[in-house]
Design a protein around this ligand. Structure first.
Ligand code: GTP
Ligand code: MG
Length: 427
C-alpha cells in the first residue's frame, strides 16, 4: 500500500469551505464506486506492516507473535550475554483471503542485559530514525518512486513488560519515554498466566499511573471514528493488555485449543477470562492496524520530517529582511549562507595552519640556536683543553731537558772523580 493512495481514504469534507454549493444529481453517475476502486487498488498493491517487539530476553516475544499470526515464524535464539542490544529483522509475505501482507518483525535481542543502558536507548532511537530518514530521502528525490520504496518505518511497538506484579521497571519507563515520539507504543504485560488475577488489576493500574506520571505517551485506540468509538474507548481502559502466548495445541473437552498446560490446569489463549490475548488481537490486527499505519505516517513521520526540514534550513514562512521566501529561495539563501560558513571555516583552518607552521619554524630556529651555542661552547672547551695539554707538554719537555742536563753533569762529575782517584793511586 502506498500512503498517497490510502490517504485518499481519509480525505474529509470541509463543510466550512465557502463558495461550495450542494447540488442534487438527477440520476446515477457512478462515482459512488470510488471507495471500491480504492479498496481494489490497495488490495492489488498489498499492505506493509512493520512491528517492533521490545522486551527482555525470554519474555515471550516470539511466542506471542506466533500466536497472534497463528503461524510459526523462524526465530533466532538469543542469550543473556549480548555485548549490546541488537535488532533482528525478518520479513514474511502473508496472505489471508485475497489480501497480501508484507509483515516485518523486528525483535530486540539482548534487551536489558547490559550495564550501559544509555547505549540501548540510542540504538533503539537511531533505528527508528533511520527508517524515517530512508523514507524522507526518497521523498526528497526529484524522481520519487514510492511504489518500489521499501517502507521500513515501524508502525507499532509491542512493548513487553515483565509480570513482576509490582511496578514497571525504570528501564521500561525510560525506554518508552525515549521512543514515544517516534512510534506507536502498545504496552503489554507478558506471561500474564504467572500473575494472580487480583494482583494483575492493581499491577495494570500502577503501570498506567507510572506512565502518566512520567508523561510517557502510549498509543491510544482512536475514538474519532464512530464505527469503532465504543469498542476503542472501552479497550483503552483495559491497557496494558495482559497476554498469554502459546502455539501448543491441547485437547480441552473434545476440542483442540491453543493453550499452556500446567499441573493445576490449562490456560487457554483464546479464552477472554484467562488473558487479554483476544483483546490484543482484536485491537492490534482487526480494528486498528490501518490506524497504526496512518498514525505512523501522519504523526510520527510528520514530526521527524518537520524537524529534519527545519534542521536543513527550510521553513514554511521563512523570511529575510521582512521578505517572505519561497522554498527555492530559502534553499538558495541557505546555500549561500552555508557557502559563506564553509569559506569562513576554510579561512580559519588556513590561519590555524599558518600559525602552526610559524610556531614550528620558531621552535626549530630556537633549537638551531641552542645547538650552535652548544657547538661554540664545546669548541671553546676543546681549545682550552688543548692549551692545557700543550702547557703540560711544555713543562714535561723542560723537566726532561733539566733531567738530561743533570744526568750529564752527574756523569761528568763521576768521570772527574774517577780520574782523580786513578791519579791518586798512581802516586
Ligand atoms: P528471546 O527472543 O530469546 O529474547 O525470547 P523471547 O522473548 O522471544 O521469548 P520466547 O517466545 O522465546 O519464550 C521464552 C520462553 O517463555 C519459552 O519457554 C516460552 O514457552 C515461554 N513463554 C512464552 N510465552 C509465555 C506465556 O505467555 N506464559 C508463560 N508462562 N510462558 C511463556
Ligand atoms: Mg525471540
Amino acid at each position: 500500500m502506498t500512503i498517497d493512495s490510502s490517504s485518499l481514504l481519509c480525505s474529509k469534507f470541509n463543510n466550512h469551505e465557502k463558495n461550495i454549493r450542494s447540488l442534487k444529481l438527477n440520476g446515477h453517475v457512478g462515482f459512488d464506486t470510488l471507495p471500491d476502486q480504492i479498496v481494489a487498488k490497495n488490495v492489488s498493491d498489498g499492505f506493509t506492516f512493520n512491528v517492533l517487539c521490545l522486551g527482555e530476553t525470554g519474555i515471550g516475544k516470539s511466542t506471542l507473535i506466533d500466536t497472534l499470526f497463528n503461524t510459526k515464524f523462524d526465530w533466532e535464539s538469543s542469550s543473556h550475554f549480548e555485548p549490546k542490544v541488537r535488532l533482528n529483522k525478518t520479513t514474511y509475505d502473508l496472505q489471508e483471503s485475497n489480501v497480501r501482507l508484507k509483515l516485518s518483525i523486528v525483535e530486540s535481542v539482548g534487551f536489558g542485559d547490559q550495564i550501559d543502558k544509555e547505549e540501548t536507548y540510542k540504538i533503539l532511537s537511531d533505528y527508528l530514525d533511520n527508517q524515517f530518514e530512508a523514507y524522507l530521502q526518497e521523498e526528497l528525490k526529484i524522481k520519487r518512486n514510492f511504489a518500489i520504496l521499501n517502507d521500513t518505518r515501524i508502525h507499532a511497538c509491542l512493548y513487553f513488560i515483565s509480570p513482576t506484579g509490582h511496578t514497571i521497571k525504570s528501564l521500561d519507563l525510560i525506554t518508552m519515554k525515549k521512543i514515544d515520539q517516534k512510534v506507536n507504543i502498545i504496552p503489554i504485560i507478558a506471561k500474564a498466566d504467572t500473575i494472580a488475577k487480583n494482583e494483575l488489576l492493581k499491577f495494570k493500574q500502577r503501570i498506567m499511573q507510572d506512565l502518566i506520571a512520567n508523561q510517557v505517551k502510549i498509543y491510544q485506540f482512536p475514538i474519532d471514528d464512530e464505527t469503532v468509538v465504543e469498542l476503542n474507548a472501552s479497550m483503552n481502559s483495559h491497557l496494558p493488555f495482559a497476554v498469554v502466548g502459546s502455539s501448543d495445541l491441547i485437547k480441552v473437552g473434545n476440542k483442540q485449543v491453543r493453550a499452556r498446560q500446567y499441573p493445576w490446569g490449562v490456560v487457554i489463549v483464546d479464552n477472554e477470562s484467562h488473558s487479554d490475548f483476544v483483546k490484543l488481537r482484536e485491537m492490534f490486527l482487526r480494528t486498528n492496524m490501518y490506524d497504526l499505519i496512518e498514525k505512523t505516517h501522519l504523526k510520527h513521520y510528520e514530526l521527524y520530517r518537520r524537524n529534519r526540514l527545519v534542521e536543513m534550513g527550510f521553513a514554511d514562512c521563512s523570511s529575510v529582511n521582512g521578505k517572505v521566501l519561497s522554498i527555492s529561495e530559502t534553499y538558495e539563501a541557505k546555500h549561500t549562507e552555508l557557502k559563506a560558513e564553509i569559506q569562513k571555516k576554510e579561512d580559519e583552518i588556513k590561519e590555524a595552519f599558518v600559525a602552526k607552521v610559524k610556531a614550528k619554524e620558531a621552535e626549530l630556529k630556537e633549537a638551531e640556536k641552542e645547538l650552535h651555542e652548544k657547538f661554540v661552547m664545546l669548541k671553546k672547551q676543546h681549545a682550552e683543553q688543548k692549551e692545557r695539554v700543550e702547557e703540560k707538554k711544555r713543562i714535561l719537555d723542560e723537566e726532561m731537558k733539566e733531567f738530561q742536563r743533570r744526568k750529564f753533569s752527574l756523569e761528568q762529575s763521576r768521570i772527574h772523580s774517577l780520574g782523580t782517584l786513578k791519579s791518586a793511586k798512581k802516586k
